[in-house]
Each structure stands twice: as C-alpha cells, then as structure tokens.
Design a protein around this ligand. Structure first.
Ligand SMILES: Nc1ncnc2c1ncn2[C@@H]1O[C@H](COP(=O)(O)OP(=O)(O)OP(=O)(O)O)[C@@H](O)[C@H]1O
Ligand SMILES: [Mg+2]
Length: 127
C-alpha cells in the first residue's frame, strides 16, 4: 500500500472532490489546511540568488491511501483535477504504508488479497 499526499491550491479542492466522487480506486481521503512555499518561495517569480523572505501561502493537503497498483491512476486523476499550468500548482509525494487497521472491526486491510478491494468497501456498498 502507498500514501499519496498532494499539496494543492485551496480553490482546486472542490474540483478534486468531484473528480473522486465516482472514483472506485480510492476508498477515503483526508484533507488538511496547511501553509507552505515551493521553489518560488511563495512569490509569482523568483530570481535565484536574490534573497527574499519566503511567503507562506495557504494550501490544502490531501492524503489518500491506496493499493500500489492504483497509485499512477490516482496521481493522474489528481493532476487532471488541479492543474492550471502556473507556478504554485502543487506537489505530490508518495509514501510506503506499513499497515492499515479499520477501527470498527480491528481488521487489518491488506493491499491485494485475491483481487479484493483494499477496505472491503465494495461488499458494504451493496448492502
Ligand atoms: N520540497 C518541498 N517539500 C515540502 N513541501 C513542498 C515542497 N515543494 C513544494 N511544497 C509544498 O507544495 C506547495 C506548492 O508548491 P509549488 O507548487 O509552488 O511547488 P514548486 O516546486 O515551486 O512548483 P512550481 O514551479 O510549479 O511552482 C508549497 O506551498 C508547499 O506547501
Ligand atoms: Mg512554486
């Protein structure tokens, strides 16, 4: 399993949420409000070598834990939903996940057992 962490423009969160609405590749999402800066230090343009005070801009961080096999497809969905083409569109970080435990059942969620869904959510959806 992997965690996809994306820092995106605040105003793009709604677009991303709608893109995920019918998404079967993801079984959950965590959203946080964060502050940050990237290569331009929070400015529209940045001249390398010129000292500036970095500006911390409000961004949104989203986290999705998914099966290894779904990482590339989900990253592409995120990019499609949040790209403007301008500096400041954000970054995506991928982490390995050791274990996921569902609190309600104490069951450990496995990456891929005989092609079963990560959380068993498909079974519950049909109830
Ligand atoms: N190296 C990094 N480490 C941690 N967080 C980062 C890093 N780079 C960017 N971020 C986070 O992503 C947000 C958006 O960064 P941004 O899109 O400006 O990245 P960038 O590398 O400067 O790309 P671009 O050139 O497209 O602007 C930042 O405000 C920060 O929260
Ligand atoms: Mg930048």
């Amino acid at each position: 399993m992997k965690k996809i962490e994306a820092v995106i423009r605040t105003e793009k969160l709604e677009d991303l949420k709608m893109k995920f609405a019918d998404e079967t590749l993801i079984t959950g999402m965590t959203v946080s409000q964060v502050l940050g800066f990237g290569e331009q230090k929070g400015f529209k343009e940045y001249v390398r070598g010129k000292a500036v005070q970095p500006m911390l801009l409000a961004k949104v961080k989203i986290e999705v834990v998914c099966r290894d096999a779904n990482v590339d497809a989900i990253v592409e969905e995120i990019r499609q939903a949040v790209t403007t083409g301008e500096a400041g569109d954000g970054k995506i970080f991928i982490y390995p996940i050791e274990k996921v435990i569902k609190i309600r059942t104490a069951a450990e969620e496995k990456d891929n057992i005989n092609g079963l869904d990560l959380t068993g959510i498909q079974i519950e959806k049909n109830k």
